[in-house]
Ligand binder design. Sequence first.
Ligand code: PAF
Length: 290
Amino acid sequence: MTSVQIAETVEELQSYLGKARADNLTIGLVPTMGFLHEGHASLINASTQQSDLTVVSIYVNPLQFNLNEDFDVYPRDVSSDLTLCKDHGVNIVFMPSEDEMRPFLSEKPPNLGEIVEIYEGESRPTHFQGVATVVKALFEIVEGNYAFFGEKDFQQLVIVKQLVKDHSLSIKVVGCPTVRETDGLAKSSRNVYLNQNEREQSVVIYQSLMAGSEAISNGETSIQNIELLIREVIETSPLANIDYVGIVDPLTFGTPDNITNEVRLLVACNFGQTRLIDNFSAKREVVSNQ
Ligand code: PAF
């Protein structure tokens, strides 16, 4: 276990980072909303491997929750978060209060175009504006070399990359693979909301994405057929309530006419009050003639 510094103010954080910069150390940032699990641990591991110093930010960002969402009850467990950070070699945990962050969040939200209005953005209006505002503020505060985000929130990852490009920020955004439970459910802080039946049936999301990607790998090129297949698998669960199924170009988020290149399969689905999202990359298997 390494010792971890805790910074509750930007000033404290800057004083730790100032020393690191003076020593020419590279800085990796893992932005989180806390309630850390193995998915976050994998981002931290990627950061500690790639950077000299790792900062984890823990901030439940009110701007990215819509009014009907779970901001007030969002799961929090600071003591277990700090243990996970210590165990994984984090150097600094930045845990600002809302008052501390407010001055950094007052800028007009970055304009990110249509991608913030589709899929997650359509179901959760203003969500991505809130994410982009806080991520940009964290990037400016930390001035890190790398930032690590999970592919589980694939649309968020694409939007953050676009934010960096649009604003010519010097940080490199690194996407890390989704970490899953043994039955395939993507790890998420919100999984704790699921009751036993919902938890058992939530595996249909993973199964539907597997079915979709297998069909594509075997040569299916029809968007409609893949969407239908994914829906059919999810609908084997009586508790599942599909929000959307998307088959998109992984860079533009546009829907191709046919599946000829790599696509991202996207699913959002409610189980009771809990909204789960997941995604898979899929492409046609190249069959060699030999
Ligand atoms: O993915 C998350 O946990 C959040 O959206 C993030 C990136 C920490 C911004 O609040």
